[in-house]
Design a protein around this ligand. Structure first.
Ligand code: FCB
Length: 460
């Protein structure tokens, strides 16, 4: 295979999220989040797993940062747990919660690793959840206050700030399909959540900027939506509908001045959009310096009057759209491996929403540890050639997008560590570093060593 070099200053890193790795759920005044409540509710998460201990990163962050340095990471994307900073989501700041991120940021900077902060990766304080969570407009305002508090403590050392991680998941999986916290199944709640998340982003982005933040952005998980049949008009209509609900409902207000007409019409057919007030779209359109893209797999759809639709995650697609089952090879999540989807997605976003630098804030794959790769007593070896192949393919796809002119600034692998994979609990392992949950021992997998080489060569 040809050798590929990435641009100079291309950022190489890894990503994690607070609830998935920190543990220490009751330490130092941390409040309860909707994910604590959800995971402690029987039947919601695989085998009742919770993030109570997770990777115990809260206590082992120094070891983890040393590992990042060993791998040569230039950047580390982590999220701040709102309930550590404001246990009830509003009111006084808990300094001990901020102390943790303060220590983490210093440890990263000591090793020359750029911290990339995500302010919200799904762990809403339960007290706000009790008042309707993201269906309540006030949550958006509280989010901006919280963002300002975090900036006040870390802003002198952190230059890259992102507001939300994947608001699509927070809104549609949290309030539509109910597979994520808080587990509601109501299209009206899902659309209200979409809007209030966006509003929260806009208010927080403005507050961060006013406080002096240099680089402000947001991370989406835009879908590469493809037709089953390129020549079918019905399939093209299905693509447009799904693209509207998944992508343009976010990208429009963030980067094109407002919600697209066709999306608003679709939403209005299903619910009364009373949440949308004059001036909101202007708030949401706060200028951003960076758009984070999380990509895992493409979405194939067909237009069919008897289509089952995408359930609560895609309100109003039943009787119009058939989501095609993924075709192998699949990852352990059952997700399709199609690197070309990443190239298409990056090119499409760069073309339709020009002028915003892009950063791949997540990409990676879950694969089971192969039997026989762990040697009893001796050092664990995880020979994850399937993960290496996945990452290699997607890095080539990212490089292809760059060579076609996309302003892509870097790549962050999901994830540094095996961790709590939401409703799947600990059974799905995304890490390039293996975590033994009984001993908390970390062992770099083959993919970590491979990635270390890629970083040191700045290429493949
Ligand atoms: C993304 C989430 C991240 C992780 C990966 C596999 O949707 O942002 O927390 O769970 O999927």
């Amino acid at each position: 295979m040809t050798q590929l070099r990435f641009p100079e200053n291309f950022l190489w890193g890894a990503a994690t999220a607070a609830y998935q790795i920190e543990g220490a759920a009751r330490d130092d005044g941390r409040g309860t989040s909707i994910w604590d409540t959800f995971s402690r509710t029987p039947g919601k998460v695989h085998q009742g797993h919770t993030g109570d201990v997770a990777c115990d990163h809260y206590h082992r962050y120094a070891e983890d940062v040393a590992l990042m340095a060993e791998l040569g990471l230039g950047a580390y994307r982590f999220s701040v747990a709102w309930p550590r900073v404001q246990p009830d989501g509003t009111g006084p700041v808990n300094p001990r919660g901020l102390d943790f991120y303060d220590r983490l940021v210093d440890a990263l900077l000591d090793r020359g690793i750029d911290p990339i902060v995500t302010l919200y990766h799904w762990d809403l304080p339960q007290a706000l959840g009790d008042r309707g969570g993201w269906t309540n407009r006030a949550t958006a305002e509280h989010f901006a206050t919280y963002a300002t508090a975090v900036y006040g403590r870390l802003g002198d050392r952190v230059s890259v700030w992102t507001t939300l991680n994947e608001p699509w998941c927070s809104a549609y999986l949290g309030y539509g399909s109910g597979v994520h916290a808080p587990g509601e199944q109501d299209p009206a709640a899902a659309f209200a959540a979409v809007h209030h998340l966006l509003l929260g982003h806009g208010l927080a982005a403005r507050a961060l900027r006013a406080a002096g933040a240099r680089t402000v952005g947001i991370t989406l998980n835009p879908a590469d939506v493809r037709p089953a049949d390129e020549s079918s008009a019905a399939d093209a209509a299905a693509v447009r509908l799904v693209d509207g609900l998944h992508n343009r409902i976010f990208l429009g207000p963030l980067l094109a001045g407002g919600y697209p007409e066709d999306v608003l019409e679709h939403v209005s057919r299903l619910v009364e959009p009373t949440f949308l007030r004059d001036g909101d779209e202007k708030q949401i359109a706060a200028p951003i310096d960076l758009l984070g893209i999380n990509y895992y797999q493409p979405t194939y759809v067909a237009g069919r009057p008897d289509g089952a639709g995408g359930g609560g995650a895609y309100p109003g697609t039943d009787g119009a759209v058939e989501f095609l089952p993924p075709v192998g090879p699949l990852t352990e999540m059952g997700w399709m491996v199609e690197p070309a989807g990443l190239t298409r997605l990056l090119e499409r976003i760069a073309a339709d929403y020009p002028g915003v630098p892009l950063l791949i804030t997540e990409n990676g794959a879950a694969y089971p540890d192969k039997p026989g790769t762990e040697s009893p007593g001796g050092p664990i070896q995880v020979a994850d050639s399937d993960r290496i192949a996945y990452l290699d393919g997607h890095l080539r796809a990212a490089h292809e997008a760059i060579s076609r002119g996309v302003d892509l600034r870097g790549y962050l692998v999901w994830s540094l560590l095996d961790n709590f994979e939401w409703a799947e609990g600990y059974r799905k392992r995304f890490g390039i570093v293996h975590v033994d949950y009984l001993t908390q021992r970390r062992t770099p997998k083959s993919s970590a060593r491979w990635y270390q080489e890629v970083i040191s060569r700045n290429g493949l």
